[in-house]
Design a protein. Structure first.
Length: 142
C-alpha cells in the first residue's frame, strides 16, 4: 500500500494533476480499491493453505485465483471513469473529469501494485522466512 501511494503521488507530480476535492475523493476511493485487491489475494492464499498446499504454491495460487475478481472489478470501474470523463467534457462538468481521471490512474496503478509489487514482496517473504513460520501467520491473518 505504501508503494501504491508513492507511485500514485509520483504520477500526479509527473502529469501534473491538480488535486481538487473531487480529485482527492478519487484518490481515496482508489486507495480503498487497492486495499480490497490485497485482501482478495490474502484470502485466496489462506484458502490454499487451509486445503494443505505449501506456502509457495499458496502464494502463486492466491494471486492466480484473485486476478479474475480484481480484473473484473477494476474494469467496470474504468468503464465508469471513461463515461464520467466523457460527460465532463460534454456537459462542462470539469469537476467530474478530475474525479474520473484520478480514480482511473489509481485503479490502473492498484492493479499493477497488487499483481506485481505485492507478488514480489510475498515471494521474497516466503524465501526469507520459510514455509512453517509463514503458514501459521497466514492462517492467523498475519
Amino acid at each position: 500500500l505504501v508503494a501504491y501511494v508513492i507511485f500514485n503521488l509520483a504520477i500526479y507530480k509527473i502529469i501534473p494533476v491538480t488535486l481538487t476535492l473531487p480529485g482527492i475523493a478519487g484518490f481515496l476511493l482508489s486507495i480503498g480499491m487497492a486495499v480490497d485487491a490485497n485482501i482478495l489475494i490474502i484470502e485466496r492464499m489462506k484458502e490454499e493453505v487451509r486445503i494443505g498446499r505449501s506456502i509457495r504454491l499458496a502464494v502463486e495460487a492466491g494471486f492466480s485465483r484473485a486476478w479474475p475478481a480484481i480484473r473484473d472489478g477494476n474494469l467496470t470501474t474504468l468503464i465508469s471513469c471513461a463515461v464520467l470523463f466523457w460527460f465532463g467534457n460534454t456537459f462542462g462538468a470539469s469537476i467530474v473529469k478530475g474525479f474520473a481521471f484520478t480514480l482511473a490512474i489509481g485503479v490502473l496503478l492498484s492493479m499493477f501494485t497488487a499483481m506485481v509489487v505485492s507478488r514480489v514482496l510475498m515471494r521474497s517473504i516466503v524465501a526469507t522466512q520459510g514455509e512453517k513460520a509463514l503458514s501459521s501467520r497466514i492462517l492467523s491473518g498475519f
